[in-house]
Ligand binder design. Structure first.
Ligand SMILES: [Zn+2]
Length: 242
């Protein structure tokens, strides 16, 4: 290859390069993997030095969120989905890293799990947040399932960082208010948290496989609330990120 050829080729590649840049810019939005995803990134909110919300009756948000997330992980793996958890123990993970863990996956959706807090102690119920159209549908499926066990407050667009920096459909679920006395009492119960987890997982499974297939799966593999809890000592980050 002589220099002339190289120069011509480089010259020809300029419009292509420009096109690639434009395409990349166009792809800066969320990839719609909401019906094809193979991986679910499960993000237990807070952790380590960041306890999140807390109340005497409801306990710590970071601990409740991790417990729900571990059950969701269990349910989803039983349904044949690959899962990745942003944390599996009481450790602080920056928000950007949580989104980055999601963005490293090939074909995923992202579910962040939280518990809520308000100065108005009368407020209770579940909230779901999303940052894109495909994520709105996933948030709706999860809320419909959670609605069987808890009052639903709303489903809303939000610009939370874990959602905004995510290239995949991403939702954030507020499972209940630790500041509300009766809801805090429920959230402190492992059995209730297992039901919350089952609702979240069922919503994800319905979104992926459709309602009918999800129902058959649920019959074949009993959900977390119907099973004795797995000994936590057997959990390891390696076994959870498969
Ligand atoms: Zn939170």
């Amino acid at each position: 290859m002589n220099e002339g050829t190289v120069e011509r080729r480089m010259g020809n590649s300029k419009p292509l390069l420009l096109l690639a840049v434009l395409l990349l810019a166009g792809c800066a939005g969320v990839k719609d993997t909401s019906r094809t995803f193979q991986t679910v990134v499960i993000d237990p909110g807070h952790g380590g030095k960041d306890p999140g919300a807390h109340s005497r009756r409801g306990g710590l948000e970071k601990a409740n969120a991790l417990d729900v997330a571990l059950h969701v992980n269990d349910d989803l793996r039983r349904a044949g989905l690959r899962t990745v958890m942003t944390r599996t123990c009481d450790v602080f993970i920056p928000l950007n890293d949580r989104a980055a863990i999601s963005n490293m996956q090939e074909n995923a959706v992202f579910v962040s799990i939280h518990f809520n807090d308000s100065r108005n102690h009368g407020i209770r119920g579940v909230e779901a947040y999303y940052n894109s159209g495909p994520a709105a549908q996933l948030a709706g499926r999860i809320e419909t399932n959670l609605g069987r066990i808890a009052p639903i407050r709303f489903r809303k667009f939000a610009r939370f960082r874990v959602l905004r920096y995510n290239q995949y459909p991403a939702v954030l679920i507020e499972c209940g208010y630790l500041s509300n006395n009766s809801e805090a009492g429920l959230c402190a119960s492992p059995a209730y948290r297992a039901k919350l987890a089952d609702g979240i997982a069922q919503g994800v499974i319905e979104q992926r496989y459709g309602e009918e297939a999800a129902r058959r799966l649920a019959e074949a593999a009993p959900a977390a609330a119907q099973r004795p809890s797995a000994p936590r000592s057997n959990w390891s980050p390696e076994s959870l990120s498969r």
